[in-house]
Design a binder for this molecule. Structure first.
Ligand code: FAD
Length: 279
C-alpha cells in the first residue's frame, strides 16, 4: 500500500485508483493525464504487459465520467529493446486511444531517444488524425528544428524544460539559457501550431507568458502540471477558465518516483520529514 505521504504525488497502485482520482479532479475542472509508472525494460514481456495495460486503461477511461487521457514513456513499452518494438506497442495504444477518443501523449526521455520517438509520433499523428501528442524539451539544442517538423504533424505538443542530465554537446546547461529557449519556443508554437500548445511547467513566469501569447495569437493552449505540485495554482487557473491537466502517475513502482519528487525540492523533503516525524 502507498503511504499517505507518497499519495500526494501518486494516485494509487491500480488503474481503478488512478481513474477514481481523475473523477474527483475532473469535478474541479482539471483533467488528468494518467501515467503507469515503469521505464527501461530490458525484456519484452513487461514492455508488452504495460502496453496492454494502457490499451485497457483507455477503454476504462472512455466508460468513466473522468476527463482523462494517458501519457506513455517510450522505454516503458520497449524502446530499449528496439525501435520496432516501441513503434508496435505505441501503435496499439494509439489506435485504442483513437477508437475510444482518449488522447495519447508520449513522454520524451533522454536525447538518444528523440529521433525514434518523433518518428513514431509523426506516423501515428497522421494515422490518428492528431489524437497523439509528444513532449519536447527546451534544454535540447535540436528542439527548434524538431518543432518545425512537428508543426506539420497533426496533434498537440507539450513543451517542458527537460528532466534529463544531458551532455553539453547537445543541451544547454544553464537555467537562464534553458528558460530563454523555453520562451522562444513557446512563442514559436503559439505562432505556428494550429492544434494547440501544452505548457508543461510549474513556472509562474512561463504560465503568465503563455497567457500573454494566447491573448496575442489566439492559439488554444493548456497548462500541464504534476500531481502534488502547485495544486492550488492548478485549481486557481482552472477556475480562471484556463484548460489545466494534471499529470498523474500510478502503479506499484511508485517508490522511485516519489523519492525523485522529494529530492528535487527542499519544501517537499521537509514536508515528507514532518509527516514521518508526526507519524
Ligand atoms: P523549474 O524551472 O524547475 O522551476 C521554475 C519555478 O516553478 C520555480 O521557481 C517555482 O516557482 C515553480 N516550481 C517548480 N517546481 C516546483 C515545485 N515542485 N513546487 C513548487 N513550485 C515549483 N521532462 C522530460 O524530460 N520529459 C517529459 O516527458 C516530461 N513530462 C512532463 C510533464 C509534465 C506535465 C510536467 C509538469 C513536467 C514534465 N517534465 C518532463 C519535467 C520537466 O522537464 C521539468 O523537469 C520540470 O517540470 C521542472 O521544470 P518547471 O518548468 O516545472 O520549473
Amino acid at each position: 500500500m502507498i503511504p499517505p505521504i507518497a499519495s500526494n504525488f501518486v494516485a494509487g497502485e491500480t488503474p481503478a485508483a488512478a481513474i477514481e482520482h481523475a473523477e474527483q479532479t475532473s469535478t474541479r475542472d482539471v483533467g488528468c493525464i494518467l501515467n503507469l509508472l515503469g521505464e527501461h525494460y530490458e525484456e519484452r514481456p513487461p514492455a508488452d504487459a504495460d502496453a496492454d495495460e494502457y490499451v485497457e486503461l483507455v477503454a476504462d477511461i472512455a466508460t468513466s465520467p473522468a476527463t482523462a487521457c494517458v501519457s506513455v514513456k517510450p522505454s516503458q513499452i520497449g524502446l530499449d529493446l528496439g525501435d520496432d518494438v516501441f513503434a508496435e506497442n505505441l501503435e496499439r495504444i494509439a489506435m485504442a486511444g483513437a477508437e475510444h477518443d482518449v488522447f495519447v501523449w508520449v513522454d520524451m526521455e533522454d536525447h538518444t531517444t528523440t529521433d525514434a520517438t518523433l518518428d513514431a509520433v509523426e506516423e501515428l499523428g497522421h494515422a490518428t488524425d492528431g489524437n497523439v501528442g509528444v513532449c519536447v524539451q527546451a534544454n535540447l539544442k535540436r528542439t527548434p528544428e524538431d518543432l518545425e517538423r512537428l508543426a506539420e504533424v497533426p496533434g498537440k505538443v507539450r513543451l517542458v524544460k527537460g528532466a534529463y542530465d544531458e551532455p553539453k554537446s547537445v543541451a544547454y546547461k544553464k537555467k537562464a539559457r534553458v528558460d530563454e529557449q523555453y520562451r522562444d519556443l513557446l512563442e514559436y508554437m503559439f505562432r505556428e501550431f494550429d492544434d494547440g500548445v501544452a505548457v508543461g511547467s510549474h513556472d509562474p513566469e512561463m504560465i503568465s507568458f503563455a497567457r500573454d501569447l494566447h491573448a496575442e495569437y489566439g492559439t488554444p493552449y493548456e497548462v500541464q502540471m504534476l500531481m502534488g505540485v502547485r495544486e492550488s495554482a492548478q485549481f486557481d487557473l482552472a477556475s480562471d477558465d484556463v484548460e489545466v491537466w494534471q499529470y498523474v502517475p500510478y502503479g506499484d513502482k511508485w517508490f522511485q518516483y516519489f523519492y525523485r519528487r522529494v529530492r528535487e525540492r527542499k519544501s517537499n523533503a521537509l514536508f515528507a520529514l514532518r509527516a514521518v516525524l508526526t507519524g
